[in-house]
Design a protein around this ligand. Structure first.
Ligand code: NAP
Length: 307
């Protein structure tokens, strides 16, 4: 493990959690951090999210072996441009963005000649900002690395070791495949949650009071996901546009098939689908990616989502 100095750009949920996890799991590693919002910087210093909160991005990265961008994916081009003149040669540039193709391209074009290895820890909650982070966020969660085929093997191995030290399990895939997989496992579910909560709040013949009062019927689980950060999710849909539209096409066809089954009274079709989906839930619990308890065992930090 040769990464000794980590710079974190963006000190919200992900950046703060990486900083806290470094302190807990890699106490020999020095951490610096920068956030564009002065109030976030002040709160990050109070909480000790990183060893040193810097007033400029240049100061944060000037001695770093590893720089991790933890900003919304739409902010990455600007954030990368801001450190272009200060990044030491040979340092690894990475990120935690929820979509990977456009992020990889943005990092490579803003920081030519540097080692770029994008990453996505599939771990998160619906909370954001400098108070949201916690050290155990990445424990037993997958972190997907999306290196180019010719990526520096030593840098890749070092980045892998870094995430493993924070408790994550590593998967390597290409950026295009990542974007397709995450479109179906994360981005479309968020879109469905945002839509159903929007639909319920626009209804005319069912009151808002009734929607809230009877939310335990399923609605409240969607409201948790639909409470996720609007900036982050706007950027995810704009940056993973083609994979999301492809998966949305498939989903719309399946939804139409369900509509047809209900209209024609085809109970077997409904029962078959609902039985198959139950099996998927069981497999997720068996793989340790969720908890069978009704509150998911997560009362302390809000519920997890993947993002
Ligand atoms: P967050 O809590 O909102 O933190 C992001 C922080 O970055 C904010 O404080 C933001 O400040 C700051 N920022 C924006 N532009 C910046 C810049 N140019 N330089 C420095 N700081 C800047 O968001 P998050 O949940 O940590 O998400 C960060 C990234 O992680 C996103 O790319 C997201 O896709 C990815 N991710 C999120 C989750 C999740 O569940 N939330 C899970 C996995 C991956 P302002 O608020 O003032 O703009």
């Amino acid at each position: 493990m040769t990464i000794e100095r980590v710079a974190i750009i963006g000190l919200g949920l992900l950046g703060g959690s990486i900083g806290l996890a470094c302190t807990e799991c890699l106490p020999g590693v020095q951490t610096t951090g920068f956030d564009i919002d002065p109030e976030t910087r002040a709160r990050a210093a109070q909480r000790g999210l990183v060893g040193q909160v810097c007033d400029t991005p240049a100061e944060a990265v000037e001695k770093a072996d590893l720089v991790i961008f933890c900003v919304p994916v739409g902010a990455i081009p600007l954030a990368a441009a801001q450190i272009a003149g200060s990044l030491p040669a040979g340092s690894i540039v990475s990120d935690v963005g929820s979509s990977k193709q456009t992020v990889s391209e943005a990092l490579r074009s803003a920081l030519p000649g540097h080692i770029v290895i994008p990453a996505h820890p599939v771990a998160g909650t619906e909370r954001s900002g400098p108070d949201a982070g916690f050290a155990t966020l990445f424990q037993h969660r997958w972190c997907i690395l999306t290196p180019e085929a010719d990526a520096d093997p030593v840098a890749l191995s070092n980045l892998r070791s870094f995430w493993e030290a924070l408790g994550a399990r590593i998967e390597i895939m290409d950026a295009a495949h990542h974007d397709l997989v995450l479109a179906v496992t994360s981005h479309i579910p968020h879109l469905i949650a945002y839509t159903i909560v929007g639909t319920a709040s626009d209804l005319e013949d069912v009151t808002r009071g009734e929607v809230i009062k009877y939310s335990a019927g399923g609605f409240r689980d969607f409201t948790r996901i639909a409470a996720s950060d609007p900036t982050m999710w706007r950027d995810v849909f704009l940056h993973n546009r083609s994979a999301v539209l492809e998966m949305l096409g498939r989903f719309t066809e399946d939804l139409t098939a369900m509509q047809r089954a209900i209209r024609s009274g085809d109970g077997d079709a409904l029962f078959d689908l609902f039985s198959r989906t139950r099996d998927i839930r069981r497999s997720i619990i068996e793989m340790g990616q969720d908890d069978a308890r009704p509150d998911f065992g997560r009362a302390d930090h809000g519920s997890e989502s993947d993002a």
